[in-house]
Write a protein that binds this ligand. Structure first.
Ligand code: ADP
Length: 387
């Protein structure tokens, strides 16, 4: 039997070399696992920290096949990968987690929404379309009222590929690509739950977190844990995620973003088959991090206890508006004077407005204290550039 704890015995291939991969590597180093990473940038956050770095495209069929040849297990840190290559690798007997069919399902928001409907999982009322003519026909037919939300079927992330349509003029701004239209939710809270399912079928969900969005960039600015919502709502949300994970039959990590509406309903917004920004605070706030849990899940190890050990707030560090170029973390040193402040810098050399460059997690005796500290952190550190 292979000894999965020894770096000489097995190779884990990771498609994508960004910050999520970098945080996975912190755990593979702790466990002494052999890692090989594929990314198109020679400057990717994972270059430092993996055992082998391959410069190439995770979208390219041949490059993914070639990359994975000598890997024992293949996983992803980004879902925009060549799933045909992953399916063929799986067919050849290689372990690929999450399974490529699930990555494919999630890559397309129309297919993803249909999965919720087919499995009786609550989500905003919607319809999909292939082109604008079909969209306009269906708006009439379904008597969809303004305002509503437009989403691109594929390729959107971090708020790109999503538009709130408030007027007839806004409708004209929708690009001629396949997409979906959904009801604008009367959102009271946005929450997320990260969960993992092991190869053995064991499932563990992390405590729900609450997200607060940047008003302009449509990007998460803060993540809070525990979420300040009624116990019953949180329990229902955890059960919903548990059931989604089971229905998908996924091995690995699933991050599920949900809306809690003003009427107290729970709607699944979207999910990602990987470790997620909303789970970063598990590193300092929970008994196990999402990164360690993911590796345990894909290796078929027992999953860890997920309970909160410290109330935590995560502050995303994104590039300031008006700065593009070599990055400077202004004020970072000052943060080190504050107790229980944990800085994570992703190692990207260039900053751009709203680019995710790092995050800071703060922990405290209670959530209010952590929130106050997070606001202080936000005021001190700025991601700017030398020019
Ligand atoms: P992305 O894939 O870019 O993260 P999302 O589908 O998560 O896109 O949408 C980004 C944000 O837009 C959500 O977090 C939410 O704030 C808002 N949003 C998305 N769908 C709806 C909706 N149906 N009703 C209201 N707000 C929405």
């Amino acid at each position: 039997m292979k000894n999965y704890f020894s770096s000489k015995e097995k190779k884990i291939g990771i498609l994508g070399g960004g910050q999520l991969g970098k945080m996975l590597l912190e755990v593979t180093q702790k466990y002494d696992l052999y890692t090989k990473v594929l990314d198109p940038s020679t400057d990717a956050p994972c270059v430092v920290g993996c055992k082998e770095f391959i410069n190439g495209s995770f979208n390219n069929y041949d490059e993914v096949i070639e990359f994975a040849k000598d890997c024992d297990i293949v996983t992803i840190e980004i879902e925009n990968v060549n799933t045909q290559a992953l399916k063929d690798l799986q067919q050849q007997g290689k372990k690929v987690f999450p399974q490529p069919e699930i990555v494919e399902l999630i890559q397309n928001k129309v297919v993803q929404k249909q999965f919720y409907v087919d499995n009786d999982l609550p989500t905003a009322p919607w319809f999909g379309f292939k082109n604008l003519a079909e969209m306009k026909r269906k708006i009439e037919k379904n008597s969809f009222q303004l305002p509503f939300v437009w989403k691109a079927a594929t390729g959107g992330y971090d708020g790109r590929g999503v538009m709130i349509i408030r007027s007839k003029q806004d409708i004209e701004k929708i690009p001629e690509i396949p997409g979906l239209i959904e009801e604008l939710a009367a959102i009271e809270h946005e929450i997320a739950i990260v969960a993992a399912r092991s190869e053995t079928g064991e499932i563990k969900t992390f405590p729900p977190v609450e997200m607060s969005f940047h008003p302009v960039a449509n990007l998460v600015e803060y993540v809070f844990c525990p979420a300040s919502l009624p116990e019953q709502t949180l329990k229902n949300a955890s059960e919903l995620v548990h059931s989604l994970l089971q229905k998908l039959n996924l091995t690995g990590t699933l991050a599920v973003e949900m809306f809690v509406t003003q009427k107290g309903e729970l709607w699944i917004n979207e999910c990602a088959p990987r470790v997620h920004n909303s789970g970063h605070l598990t590193i300092e706030g929970c008994a196990i991090s999402q990164f360690e849990q993911h590796l345990r899940a894909i290796l078929g190890f027992p999953l860890g206890e997920t309970k909160i050990i410290r109330p935590a707030v995560m502050v995303n560090l994104t590039g300031e508006e008006g700065f593009s170029g070599p990055v400077v973390y202004q004020g970072a040193e000052k943060l080190l004077r504050i107790a229980e402040v944990y800085i994570h810098l992703y190692g990207k050399t260039e900053t751009r407005p709203f680019r995710k460059m790092g995050h800071v997690t703060v922990t405290a005796d209670n959530l209010d204290e952590a929130k106050q500290k997070a606001l202080k952190v936000k005021g001190i550190i700025k991601v700017i550039s030398t020019n």
